[in-house]
Design a protein around this ligand. Sequence first.
Ligand code: GTP
Ligand code: MG
Length: 627
Amino acid sequence: MNIRNFSIIAHIDHGKSTLADRMLELTGTIEPRRMQSQVLDKMDLERERGITIKMAPVRMVWKYHSEVSPKDNKLPTGQANNKYPASVEASASKQVSPEDEYVLNLIDTPGHVDFSYEVSRALTAVEGVILLVDSTQGVEAQTLSVLAVAKQLNRVIIPVVSKIDAPHARVQETKAELALLLGCDESTVLGASGKTGEGVAEVLSAIVERIPPPVPDSKDPQGLIFDFGYSEHRGIIVYLRVFGGAFTKGDRLRFVAANADFIALEVGVLTPGETPRESLSEGEIGYIVTGIKKPGIASVGDTITSVKNPSRPMHGYQAPTPVIWASVYPESQDDLLLLRQSLEKLRLSDSSLSYEEESSGVMGRGFRCGFLGMLHLEIIIERLRREFNLALVVTQPTTVYEITKMNGSVENIYSPARFPDDGTAKEVREMWAKIAIIAPPEYIGACTQLLYDHEAITGDSETLPDGKLQISAEIPLRELMRGFFDRLKSVSSGYASLSYELIGMRAADVVRLDVLVAEESVPAFARIVSRRRQQTEAEALVEKLEKLLPKQMFELKIQAKIGGRIIASRRKSAMRKDVTGYLYGGDITRKMKLLEKQKRGKKKMLARGKVDIPHEVFLKVVKGGEE
Ligand SMILES: Nc1nc2c(ncn2[C@@H]2O[C@H](COP(=O)(O)OP(=O)(O)OP(=O)(O)O)[C@@H](O)[C@H]2O)c(=O)[nH]1
Ligand SMILES: [Mg+2]
């Protein structure tokens, strides 16, 4: 069997999934009547938002003819600009016969920065990548960061310029830019349109010619788990790349790290739906149904082998680092068990989700969850709601703070409510990130201002081949998560792009801001804010709450408190419900009675001081994340 394994990587929206559509069509993998746009984006949320969230493996069969191969396949490495020596090599072409059938295993990846963990996992399963650059946009920040991952793993890179049909496409310029970036000859950069299908056959041929076939790593069965899913009936389904031997239905297999055995209930390939096969052999990408229903056994990066002929474990993955945490509580404590089960299940299809149980006085019991970014948080919460029908309260997300107490003990704090506000901390440290922004020169002023507003330390900048500027800076992660992405997009009319990596803990100048509604502290609204912005944050927050909270039967006091002192407050006037409106006629005593009753009711509520804060208000305060 001739096999080529590859992944498509790019900045968000550069056309990966649409290019994959045309490949699936051209190879006859999906019948035309079942074709739809971005067919690999299967989740409702992916389709609604028009973005890929999860990587998607798919197997295609391509009848290769040497005539459709790109004119110039001789890929010299390290030319003129040798800053990015690319591993672009026509290494496979020697082994290609002029006409043959090839199994092409494609893994489509997400472009959003929150999901870069998906990219790094996908790339461990393949020998080469298609690096797409949108010809209407040029190289953007994530282009550089996904390229860096591909280079680190030493993958063969096929540079392709996408959307060549678009009216504003700058095909030649983008090709030149990409060639400079990779240090390769411009003639080796391909062009394709996922809309018209132009150039797609050439890309498929280049995959056959330039990407090397898989080389077996071991004689004994050896598979690397790069993802897994869960089915109510069949338990955990692992997605794996086979690096040695074969896996056959009915085999007794083993998760090496977890040291757990199971029988392969089914093995198969993804086309893109699950298609059972007798076995999966070396070089292939496919799935195995394990029947295991217990959480905590399957993990990405683990090796699968056979019990009879075990192979050595493969080099796995680094565990993902959550960058923000938020508490998730069921609206009704009756749903606590359901929430726990739902999180367990989600964890089985999203290995980057982490959580632990916690309890808070007012909110009851819930879970402290770690996410890879704001979008990841949003997606998980939305999935909990939709797929498990849960009504939830989610607290203001926060980054981690490392607190050194006066007595020298050190504690990591993931929740504002646990952050000391009484001066017991000797030192507070927080995570910082290194970021790269790429933007056209006319937006650099606005970007620099934004960096300043977010407490960043701006570093070098350099001009890229197409005239855009790349600025590097260091910024507290807290400030990056405070709507930085959205603001950057808005100040640059969408032209600036951003990538980031974590660089370590540094001293933080932050304070805890508490919110009181009707004189009662609402821990879910507590947040940790920069001292520099404490007053503006406090004022904006009470103003926002004044707008969002529904009127009560009494005047509602909304206050912000820092270190025991109220620093901002608002009052929301009471609602006056006309309880006598439906009465007509002259019975004045009846009217008086009703009004009296209303007054008593108000008093009672006031005494209880209890305000039911609607779910949407919690959401809006969380989602806005800032004022
Ligand atoms: N004109 C034109 N538009 C395209 C082409 N390919 C994709 N698009 C459009 O570009 C947008 C993004 O396309 P996707 O294929 O979802 O991009 P993606 O790279 O998969 O995005 P993520 O997975 O979220 O990173 C969609 O609106 C597509 O219709 C193309 O070849 N030509
Ligand atoms: Mg996509």
